[in-house]
Ligand binder design. Structure first.
Ligand code: ADP
Ligand code: MG
Length: 340
């Protein structure tokens, strides 16, 4: 999907009101009735059809003819627009540049701030690839039969933001988070290659240890990355040091399946180093002893005495709750389907 930055400037106040009304109506309606859009936007129904037609032409909403009523759905294009507009109003972005990544569940663009400094925006797109697969498994979703993908994408962005912020504040090698809005996260641009693109390394052993140390220090802080692999580790072009990205699936070391997630992260690195660099180490972190070390480091009994349980800190920052449980369920289904 293309991001049209010029749109940011060329939407009239009325068009913007209508677009926002469609978004608001989407909270309770899969297809928002035209009449409701008119009510929310406080515009007369005569004018509204023309405005909606214009927005539909630009791909910001799409018209759905239902048996019961006609209405509109917000598209990802419209959702992108609203998020980008919010960021540009706050002056955290000024222009959108090239797309640098197409993840399975996200689009990544280089953007610039008003001073022309490069930044990266990640737009979450849950359900884009997995839509069909998850539809066939929709019983997993319980009562919420038709999961709203935009809503899920917003939850994923919220979670990623909360974790990136806390990790950055505590000195982990992650990009500096700058701003977020709806399903988007704005962060520092890292001049790096994904580890996957590196065919040889002067010292695989050192890199292996550094990466395992990161897994260990996450766990000492009560966290597991959950998708720690060659796609989500960037190697800085100048310094050669690793930077970790992609946090929507992070879990606490108190999660019921924590050990499984931890081992999977460790195994991903072992397997990759063996296959890519022919490097095998006799040592790798073990879950139980790593947690013990963490407890000892923090100071027995008194949590947070000499360090922090970041899973607790992030929960205290208001993150979590029922909504996030729902997201976790969906992410788990995607992982099980091996498409995440
Ligand atoms: P996904 O959730 O879709 O896997 P990621 O967060 O892993 O998305 O990002 C996908 C790709 O985008 C990365 O592999 C990397 O090439 C690029 N990328 C992501 N964040 C940054 C950043 N801050 N700086 C530079 N490149 C980035
Ligand atoms: Mg990724």
């Amino acid at each position: 999907m293309k991001l049209d930055a010029t749109d940011l400037r060329y939407l009239t106040t009325e068009e913007f009101r209508v677009l926002t009304a469609v978004e608001m109506g989407s909270k309770n309606h899969e297809v928002v009735p035209t009449q409701l859009i008119s009510q929310i936007s406080k515009l007369k129904s005569g004018g509204i059809n023309k405005l909606l037609g214009g927005l539909a032409k630009r791909g910001l909403v799409s018209r759905v003819k239902n048996v019961k009523y006609d209405g509109y759905r917000l598209t990802y294009g419209g959702y992108d627009y609203l998020a980008l507009r919010a960021l540009s109003k706050r002056d955290t972005i000024a222009a959108v540049g090239n797309q640098i990544g197409v993840g399975k569940e996200s689009d990544i663009y280089v953007v610039s701030d008003p001073e022309g400094e490069e930044r990266v925006i990640k737009l979450h797109r849950l359900g884009r690839i997995s839509f069909r697969a998850i539809k066939t498994k929709r019983d997993y979703l319980g009562k919420r039969r038709s999961a709203s993908w935009m809503y899920m994408s917003r939850l994923a962005a919220q979670k990623e933001w909360a974790f990136m912020k806390i990790l950055h504040e505590h000195g982990f090698p992650v990009p500096r988070p700058i701003d977020h809005a709806r399903h988007c996260i704005l962060m520092e641009f890292i001049d790096a290659y994904p580890l996957r693109q590196i065919s040889s390394h002067p010292s695989p052993g050192t890199l292996y240890s550094t990466l395992m140390d990161i897994i260990v220090s996450f766990a000492h802080s009560g966290l597991i990355h959950g998708d720690f692999n060659e796609f989500n580790i960037l190697i800085h072009r100048v310094t050669g040091s690793p930077i970790v990205i992609d946090f929507p699936q992070m879990v606490s070391t108190r999660h019921a399946d924590a050990e499984w997630y931890f081992n999977r992260d460790v195994d991903c690195i072992r397997t990759f180093f063996k296959r890519r660099f022919g490097y095998e180490s006799l040592v790798w972190p073990k879950f139980t002893s790593t947690l013990k070390e963490g407890e000892n480091k923090r100071g027995k009994g008194e949590e947070g005495e000499n360090g922090f349980r970041l899973d607790v800190v992030v929960a205290a920052s208001g993150f979590g709750g029922k909504e996030q449980e729902e997201l976790e369920k969906v992410l788990l289904i995607l992982t099980r389907l091996c498409i995440c």
